[in-house]
Design a protein around this ligand. Structure first.
Ligand SMILES: NC(=O)c1ccc[n+]([C@@H]2O[C@H](COP(=O)([O-])OP(=O)(O)OC[C@H]3O[C@@H](n4cnc5c(N)ncnc54)[C@H](OP(=O)(O)O)[C@@H]3O)[C@@H](O)[C@H]2O)c1
Length: 316
């Protein structure tokens, strides 16, 4: 009897792995990106690194926006060596610092004539309750307010670059949120890192909704995505932080490789299927629907206004 149960368990696990493998979304578009300029945040490792490498293979000029100089330069060297594309640049960017974001954006606006693809990929999970030098909640600033400021500052260049694309890497984790747009720093609510991460990822989707609204009538599009559960540093941190995540991973024993995890981002960056498509959410290279809350246009507009105030965009 025991043997039968063990056997059944293995059959179930194998079927789950097989099912996930067979339904995995892989980008099939082989379009080149010669003459195009791409910025990817958090491109030194994980999903960002795999995305950067793919777009480098396609001939784009890829700007690796990373917070750690040593890691950024190492990624630049590795990508150039592997793809033989010399047009890969590292530029320092710490999304948890408003002045760093402004410096980075100034540099881009001064030196780049065009920007065709902006990928807001970088993110953190499982941080303790900590405020940054700007007095903002560390994970909210790293995952939402920093990318929000970056995107806002680069919008003029994106708009003059023709059919450019903004891609925001969110997460299914947005569903574990308890967002109060009037309390983005979680000063009123008790801090819980899992909920806080969910809040930041819901903000990624809401920012995309409002962006697509504000970009109507331009050739710029904005979409967001869930990359899957991917074998990166972030997954290790998430597993170590939460018993719930460990149980979840036990029940879904299959995680994507980094290459697999980068596929939906690459799809949104290059596929003609999403030409002119804006405001949607994707997973496995397919559009999927989000919760009512994540589609709430009023909430998205409110979040935009609050975010503008917090990053002091109008003071620039
Ligand atoms: N892995 C998953 O299962 C999963 C699932 C759903 C969504 N996602 C999303 O996918 C995206 C990429 O995550 P990943 O799994 O590839 O994680 P990862 O391997 O931990 O990579 C995260 C990247 O973000 C960078 N980063 C963190 N804080 C930063 C800051 N303040 N300024 C600039 N860069 C910063 C990291 O830099 P350092 O190397 O210097 O730390 C690293 O390059 C994230 O937005 C995440 O929310 C991941």
């Amino acid at each position: 009897m025991f043997l039968i149960i063990v056997l059944l368990f293995f059959v179930l696990v194998l079927s789950a792995i097989l099912y996930t493998k067979l339904t995995l979304g892989i980008n099939k578009c082989s379009k080149h990106l010669i003459g195009k300029v791409v910025i990817i945040t958090g491109a030194n490792t994980g999903i960002g690194y795999e995305t950067a490498k793919d777009l480098a293979y396609r001939g784009a000029r890829v700007i690796l926006a990373c917070r750690n100089e040593q890691l950024g330069l190492a990624a630049q060297k590795d990508i150039i060596a592997e793809t033989a594309n010399p047009n890969i640049q590292y530029l320092q960017l710490d999304l948890a610092s408003l002045s760093s974001v402004r410096r980075f954006a100034d540099n881009i606006l001064k030196n780049e004539k065009q920007l065709n693809i902006l990928i807001n990929n970088a993110g953190i999970i499982g941080s303790k309750y900590r405020k940054t030098e700007d007095g903002l909640l560390l994970d909210m600033q790293s995952n939402h307010l920093g990318p929000f400021l970056l995107t806002s500052l680069l919008l003029p260049l994106l708009k003059t670059s023709g059919a450019s694309r903004i891609i925001n890497v969110s997460s299914l984790g947005y569903q574990f949120s308890n967002l109060d747009v009037n309390d983005l720093n979680m000063e009123k609510a008790p801090y819980n890192s899992r909920i806080s991460y969910g809040n930041t990822k819901l903000c990624n989707i809401l920012m995309t909704v409002e962006l697509s609204n504000r970009l109507k009538g331009t050739a710029v599009t904005a979409n967001s995505l869930h990359p899957g559960v991917v074998d990166t540093n972030m997954a290790i941190v998430a597993n170590n932080q939460s018993l719930l995540m460990r149980i979840f991973n036990l029940l879904t024993p299959y995680t994507k490789t980094r290459w697999e995890g980068a596929q939906t981002t690459i799809y949104l960056a290059v596929s003609p299927e999403v030409e002119g498509v804006s405001g949607n959410y994707y997973s496995d290279c397919r559009q999927i629907s989000t919760s009512k809350l994540a589609q709430d246009k009023n909430l998205a507009r409110k979040l935009w206004e609050v975010s503008e105030r917090l990053v002091k965009i109008n003071d620039i």
